[in-house]
Design a binder for this molecule. Sequence first.
Ligand SMILES: Nc1ncnc2c1ncn2[C@@H]1O[C@H](COP(=O)(O)OP(=O)(O)O)[C@@H](O)[C@H]1O
Ligand code: SF4
Ligand SMILES: [Mg+2]
Length: 348
Amino acid sequence: MERGRTLGIVGESGSGKSVTSLAIMGLHRTSTTKRGGTTVSGTIRLDGEDLVSASPGRVRTLRGSKMAMIFQDPLTALHPFYTVGAQISEAYRVHNRVSKQVARKRAIDLLRRVGIPQPTVRVDDYPHQFSGGMRQRAMIAMALSCDPELLIADEPTTALDVTVQAQILDLIMDLQSEFGSAVIIITHDLGVVAEVSDDVLVMYAGRVAETGSAADVFRQPGHPYAWGLLGSMPRLDVARVDRLRPIRGTPPSLINVPSGCPFHPRCGYPEQVGGDRCQTEVPLLRETGPAHRVACHLTRAKQQEIWKQLAPGSAAKPGATAEPGADGDAAPAATAEPGQDVTGVEAS
Ligand SMILES: Nc1ncnc2c1ncn2[C@@H]1O[C@H](COP(=O)(O)OP(=O)(O)O)[C@@H](O)[C@H]1O
Ligand code: SF4
Ligand SMILES: [Mg+2]
């Protein structure tokens, strides 16, 4: 992540998006506690400093000041017993030695900045007196109170009405250009990603399936899972010749990740790879273009050839390898035999 850039992380529910961002924020209960907990391994670097090996105290200092997170449901993230202003002021005072009055003034400024009307009055409201959109604005104000370098927004618009969603996204993008933070937007909504992201990371079963610039991932996706996500998204810019194609099956439990490529039980292309590689060998992320990486055993040439046939608006029939369902329903593009579970990916 670089300052001023926006990364969109996409993947179905259960692909590990929230867990990954909680790990960055150091919000997991670690396994040193008696009741058990999470083991976080690897490295997470913020401005060169490793967060995994840093002490909990150090991570607490960084959290809020250098990195902040906006959660999906602002009603559960805000405390019902304290006023909105008190909560924003506290977030500010934890990291800055200022008086209550100064912090309150800062809270009012921030509420104004995120578009809350009459902030000098509303600062004393409780969360239940705010609408859903206002609560999300208040959360954003709290996250921005210390000018974080990294802002993670985990499904920030999922709980909101469509019209409010657009306003909140606009707000996050406006504030990003003003504050210059690096922003990670986590979503299952490809429409949101297409609108706001510079870079895209497609996540599956807790791993990166594909990553690259938004232009590359949308125009030249190389991973069958990305094809599946794109094939299930309605598009207004191309003539629709087929039904939307859902991805068959559901994401795996991350306690029992499938062997080899975790996507293989749902993928329609293992035979194009040949042998049992997809079932036995974990595909590594490979560079398929400048800053564009894909974790799939298919050769780049093969990926390009298949996507040419699948791309929305292409003349070729979708589902290069899989048969249409018995009921004459949509041809599954990135999938194996038609299963019973069909998980569509919501898109705007
Ligand atoms: N890296 C991981 N290791 C082990 N389990 C994981 C990992 N990532 C996610 N999980 C499990 O998968 C579940 C769903 O992950 P979550 O991050 O909530 O998905 P998403 O936000 O993409 O819907 C989590 O509750 C957790 O049990
Ligand atoms: S072709 Fe094989 S490696 Fe590529 S996504 Fe499908 S199962 Fe995974
Ligand atoms: Mg989540």
